[in-house]
Ligand binder design. Structure first.
Ligand SMILES: Cc1cc2nc3c(=O)[nH]c(=O)nc-3n(C[C@H](O)[C@H](O)[C@H](O)COP(=O)(O)OP(=O)(O)OC[C@H]3O[C@@H](n4cnc5c(N)ncnc54)[C@H](O)[C@@H]3O)c2cc1C
Length: 394
């Protein structure tokens, strides 16, 4: 079977890897002109870590990742008011936890394809026409082609979902927070392996010192208006307004922002396509990763979930002997309830990134302090880090 996968991010190349292994012929189409590298730092753990292990990816991932030692909240003067030692994450996952730039994880997955999967960079699907013998695809640039199946792995703002299921607004749940991320070189001060956060009511600035003298900044702020400014200049201007008057290193970080040419800026949203089995699929087309069920950055696990979903989808297709409809249904039956629970628990985390009141901020800091101290809390936290999904038969 020839399978077209839209999106060479995290879910897309993972699916391509497993489909190739199961004897399918995958093709990737990616709208960016080349693989997107670097980007914001993600925490990578859970069932997706095990999938990466089964792909033989850990030797590629570990050297590019960081084992963060501490999460630190600082006050106006830069003095630590909360310190959370983070070894609990590593302990609870038995070493299956790393923090890595999203693009580096995506690149490691893509490298594992060893050039065996055709990839159309700088292109996208503009029309999908399903007939009795397959799916006829019109691309923006390449010649039209026929495939047996199509998978949308093209992220939160999925083009495949839009073409087949309708407007994003029908599925998007905006969580009232916006996020911006950028990296710069040569920023001082540095705190190696410490994730430093400065939080005020409604907004937070975080920085993380990376290798090669790079520093990543993650800015989150509460905003009831879901509109995103379209140009880079307007996005920077909005951030300047929303972080004006901030103490600590805010003025210096806003100056660094002025000089960056690449900025990630988006709404913090989830995608809900409905719990019914089959709601991620239509005919010969299905969705995977953020395109189907974005949990948002609040879950801290979107990449691992994207990889696990891709793994299960490939496994169900292998088992189905051509019954793709059955495979799509079983894929969602197995993964849908699991990811729905992740979405639910993630929505409660908005106050971590942009607390709505002084009380909310105080409570968050108390909770973080407890995380670092009480062994019972550490035990409970450890339990929440174990993904209860059975991959033993895949
Ligand atoms: C700031 C931030 C912090 C995060 N932190 C974490 C974290 O700590 N841990 C974690 O696990 N996850 C985290 N996430 C979530 C994680 O990044 C996503 O869940 C994950 O990348 C989803 O993978 P994906 O392959 O589904 O989509 P993506 O990684 O978004 O990949 C989609 C790909 O499709 C391409 N594309 C888009 N549109 C089209 C189109 N029309 N045609 C063709 N190609 C297209 C894109 O260029 C991209 O390459 C975070 C997200 C953000 C924004």
């Amino acid at each position: 079977m020839r399978v077209l996968i839209s999106g060479a991010g995290v879910a897309g190349p993972t699916l391509a890897f497993w489909l190739l292994r199961h004897g399918f012929t995958p093709t990737l189409v990616e709208s960016a002109p080349r693989l997107r590298t670097g980007g914001y730092i993600i925490d990578f753990w859970g069932a997706g870590f095990e999938v990466a292990n089964r792909m033989g990816l850990l030797p590629l991932i570990r050297p590019r990742g960081y084992i963060v030692q501490e999460m630190r909240v600082v006050n106006d003067a830069g003095k630590a008011v909360v310190r959370v030692p983070t070894e609990v994450f590593v302990e609870a996952t038995r070493g299956g936890f790393t923090s890595i730039p999203r693009g580096d994880l995506a690149a490691a997955i893509y490298e594992s394809l060893e050039g065996k999967v055709e990839t159309l960079f700088g292109d996208r699907i503009v029309h999908i026409d399903e007939t009795g013998d397959g799916v006829h695809i019109t691309f923006e640039h390449a010649e039209p082609r026929r495939f047996d199946l199509v998978v949308g792995a093209d992220g939160l703002h999925s083009g495949v979902r839009q073409l087949l299921f309708g407007e994003e607004a029908g599925f998007e749940k905006y969580l009232g927070v916006k996020v911006a991320a950028f990296t710069v070189s040569g920023y001082m001060p540095r705190d190696e392996l410490v994730y430093v956060m400065y939080t005020q009511v409604g907004r937070q600035v975080a920085r993380f010192s990376m290798r090669d003298d790079r520093t990543m900044f993650l800015l989150t702020f509460q905003d009831d208006d879901p509109a995103i400014p379209s140009s880079l200049a307007e996005q920077k201007a909005l951030l300047r307004t929303r972080f004006a008057g901030g103490k600590w290193e805010c003025p210096q970080i806003l100056d660094a922002l002025d000089h960056c040419s690449e900025l990630y800026f988006d709404r913090v949203s989830q995608i809900h396509m409905g719990p019914a089995a089959g709601s991620w699929s239509r005919g010969r087309v299905t969705l995977v990763g953020d395109a189907a069920f974005c949990v948002s950055l609040l879950a801290g696990q979107g990449t691992a979930l994207a990889m696990t979903a891709a793994y299960i989808l490939a496994s169900e297709l292998r088992r189905s002997g051509g019954d793709y409809a059955g495979a799509f249904a079983r894929y969602q039956q197995r993964f849908g309830p699991f990811v729905l629970a992740k979405q639910k628990s993630a929505t409660g985390m908005a106050s971590f990134f942009a607390p709505r009141s002084s009380l909310g901020l105080w409570l968050r800091n108390v909770a973080m302090n407890l995380m670092g101290q009480g062994w019972l809390v550490r035990l409970a936290l450890g339990r929440t880090l174990i993904d209860r999904i059975d991959l033993s038969h895949d």
